[in-house]
Design a protein around this ligand. Sequence first.
Ligand code: HSE
Length: 299
Amino acid sequence: EEIKLFCPATIANVSCGFDVLGLCLEQPGDEMIIRKSSSPGIQITKIVGQDLPLENQKNVAGVAGLALLNELKELHAGFEIEIYKNIKPGSGIGSSAASAAGAVFGINQLLGQPFSAKELILFAMQGEFLASGALHADNVAPALLGGFTLVRSYNPLDVIRLPVPAELMATVIHPQLEVKTADARSVLKHSVSLKNAITQWGNLGGLISALYTNDYDLLSRCLHDEIIEPLRSVLIPGFDEVKATALAHGALGSGISGSGPSIFALSKSKSTAKEIASAMADVYRKFEVDYDVHVSKIN
Ligand code: HSE
């Protein structure tokens, strides 16, 4: 018995929602094959496309899957996992989340769905903890639930699925360097001024409202981040110019995807999203920075 999965890339934070807001892309994504095995536990048998550890305690898919099996207390259950990575680790579009979410989703399916989506998020977060040292759910929640998700609370975990305006598109460009989430978190300050907090929660509330009402103008007014972006953008080559270019070509907003270095832009149509992609790519060509660029629906 086996299952073949598509494990989507995700954009965490979405400017004003650090650690709480995330969205799921239709592409790119990894593929994963999970099959039942007669030897108990988890064996990662193959990883194609990236040089990542096969030992299950060192691999996010292994750690997340083991968290699920430990909770199940079915000690004889065993699974083999093959991972075909298309999402580069350290790119800022949820590479570790795709593997962690895929593992727990697939194992849960093969076991006859003993766990709810919320429980799967908790297991997948253990994989994220291995990857970044932080128990954040803003990539694994959208990877497991699809669309936009809001982590209303971490303790206890309370995740809300939000609607996606039908025409909304994402463009993501990845300058070819790796930024580890743990490093991108270490540059953050641990306190926020009241002035910045007021701006941020106003924008986050407005963004949620915009998603429910399909209000693209409001969405555009809310896609800002005065807390995290100024501290992290210095790690990203050409950030200011890429972002300004996206906005000049019709983006509703643009910012750092997750912990970077990918830069995302949201827009209202596929043609605008494609135009933004080529304009952003022009900036990196001018700077002689290698890049990958993706245009995707949010799904
Ligand atoms: N919210 C997390 C961060 C996402 O920005 O550190 C990491 O992908």
